[in-house]
Every structure is written in structure tokens, then in C-alpha cells.
Design a protein around this ligand. Structure first.
Ligand SMILES: [Fe+2]
Ligand SMILES: [Fe+2]
Length: 189
């Protein structure tokens, strides 16, 4: 079961590593979503848009529209800024690349989401070969991005961010999700 921000915020004095555990856990959730998409495209091609396939599409769409975007905001607000002031050129260049990746991932997602939205609503107007190609690009960039974050950005941020910074980060991350959910009236995880 995934770690949630409630685990962090329910605790009056969050454990210092909790924010990074949550970020790592979200990476595992992202990868769990990514590995479902290619078999799902296979299933749509062979079985069509039955109720089970539409439900799986809906969940993937929901994940990347909500938690996927929140995760990028978590990093852009709480992880990357502190590292951009690093004296280490490699770290700075890596963070610049990761920020650029978020833009590319969003563009890739814009090529995928309309087809998934159509599929969730039972419409098969899109070309599954084009969807598969767009998804291959999205998946490769995402996996590369996560590997770079876990090998460079997160270890560097762990060294720099103190326990009180992390507690504040956890609260802000939870508050932002709570506001977004209230605005959208969406309480699904
Ligand atoms: Fe990222
Ligand atoms: Fe990430």
C-alpha cells in the first residue's frame, strides 16, 4: 500500500525522513502506473473498450492528472530551488535538466491524455499505434528522469534540507493537495 501524505501530517511531529519516503513512494506509484499502460493498449486492441479496460484507463488518467502533477509541484517548490544555489555545477545542470523534463513530460502527457479521455468515455477514435508511440516516449523520459532524481537530486536534497524544513514541506504538500481536492470536489486517491 502506498505511503500517503496523511501518514506525515497525522503525526504532530513528522519524522524527518518522511517527506523523502513519500517522494520515493510516489516514484514507485508512477512506475506502477507506467507499466500498466502498454498492456492496456494491447488489451484495448484485442478486446476493445470493455468496462474493465475503461476503468483501468480512467484510473491511469486520474493518477497523472492529479498525483503526477502534484509530485512535479512538490519537487519544483521544495526540492529543486535549494539545489539551484549549489556550488556544484553538475548539480545545478542536473536540476535545470530535471525542470526542463517536467515541461517535456507535460507536453508528452498532452499527446496521450485526450486519447485516454476518449477511451474512458467509450470512444475509440484515436490511433492506438500513435498512442503507443507517444506513450513509449513518455515512459522512457519518465524512467530516465526518476533515475536522475534518485541518483543526484534527492541525495543532494537530503543532505541540504534540515528536519524543520522537511516538516514544513510535508505540511505545504498536504495543504496544496487538500485545496486542489476541495476545488475539484474530487476526493479520490
Ligand atoms: Fe521530477
Ligand atoms: Fe520525481
Amino acid at each position: 500500500m502506498s505511503l500517503t501524505l496523511e501518514n506525515i501530517t497525522m503525526n504532530a511531529a513528522p519524522a524527518a525522513p518522511a517527506v523523502f519516503e513519500f517522494l520515493d513512494s510516489t516514484h514507485r506509484d508512477i512506475m506502477a502506473q507506467l507499466i500498466q499502460l502498454s498492456p492496456l493498449i494491447d488489451a484495448i486492441e484485442s478486446e476493445g473498450l470493455n468496462a474493465a479496460n475503461r476503468d483501468k484507463v480512467r484510473k491511469i488518467l486520474h493518477f497523472f492528472n492529479t498525483e503526477g502533477r502534484q509530485h512535479h509541484l512538490d519537487e519544483e517548490k521544495h526540492i529543486f530551488p535549494a539545489l539551484l544555489s549549489s556550488q556544484d555545477e553538475t548539480v545545478v545542470r542536473t536540476i535545470q535538466r530535471l525542470m526542463q523534463d517536467h515541461g517535456w513530460l507535460e507536453e508528452n502527457w498532452f499527446q496521450i491524455a485526450p486519447s485516454l479521455d476518449a477511451a474512458a468515455n467509450g470512444n475509440l477514435w484515436f490511433d492506438t499505434r500513435e498512442l503507443r508511440h507517444a506513450f513509449d516516449v513518455f515512459e522512457a523520459l519518465y524512467l530516465d528522469h526518476i533515475m536522475l532524481e534518485e541518483s543526484v537530486a534527492y541525495p543532494e536534497a537530503r543532505k541540504r534540507l534540515q528536519a524543520h524544513d522537511r516538516a514544513g514541506m510535508g505540511r505545504e504538500m498536504a495543504e496544496r493537495r487538500s485545496k486542489t481536492n476541495r476545488r475539484s470536489g474530487d476526493s479520490n486517491a
